[in-house]
Design a protein around this ligand. Sequence first.
Ligand SMILES: NC(=O)c1ccc[n+]([C@@H]2O[C@H](COP(=O)([O-])OP(=O)(O)OC[C@H]3O[C@@H](n4cnc5c(N)ncnc54)[C@H](OP(=O)(O)O)[C@@H]3O)[C@@H](O)[C@H]2O)c1
Length: 155
Amino acid sequence: MIAAMSADRVIGRDDGLPWDVPAEYEHFVASVRGGAVVMGRRSHEIFAGDLDDVLMIVVTRSEHAPAGSQRAGDVETALADAAASGRPVWVAGGASIYAQALPYADELHLSIVPGRFKGDAWFPAWDERSWALAEESARAGYVFRRYVRVARDRA
Ligand SMILES: NC(=O)c1ccc[n+]([C@@H]2O[C@H](COP(=O)([O-])OP(=O)(O)OC[C@H]3O[C@@H](n4cnc5c(N)ncnc54)[C@H](OP(=O)(O)O)[C@@H]3O)[C@@H](O)[C@H]2O)c1
């Protein structure tokens, strides 16, 4: 899973991000390039236009696939379709999809944006005992942290 968040796990406000940190957004776009990207229908509407060379799999209850994407009727189907593509699999939000996909995740690529932000969407709380910090680096406007799963039975 890949997400940008504040220290208190805010990830979004209205139809976008609560901050403007271009280097972080570039990191997101570059990370998922070449991959199979699972997104909820709302996040797809917000971010898909910025992504290139991705297999876009949109989770929606609608019968219709948004233009340029594959549809999946639930998160499990989206993850299976993404894995079947042979591409690296990325779950890229939003809040509802992160919450449903967290139990299946092997790695969390988290960009922590300093400051306090008003928001209306949050990354789910994760069980610290299930994850080990594998990488941490201070970057322009954010801190990148990569966690790897060490226990499967907890989110
Ligand atoms: N900071 C970050 O890294 C980051 C990344 C991504 C998004 N965000 C933020 O997250 C917010 C959006 O999150 P959100 O939770 O409101 O929306 P979302 O997760 O992007 O999309 C929600 C939609 O996904 C579909 N969906 C969700 N669960 C489903 C299920 N089990 N089965 C079938 N369809 C399902 C539904 O689509 P239908 O209504 O079409 O049925 C639902 O309305 C925005 O503020 C955005 O900016 C932040």
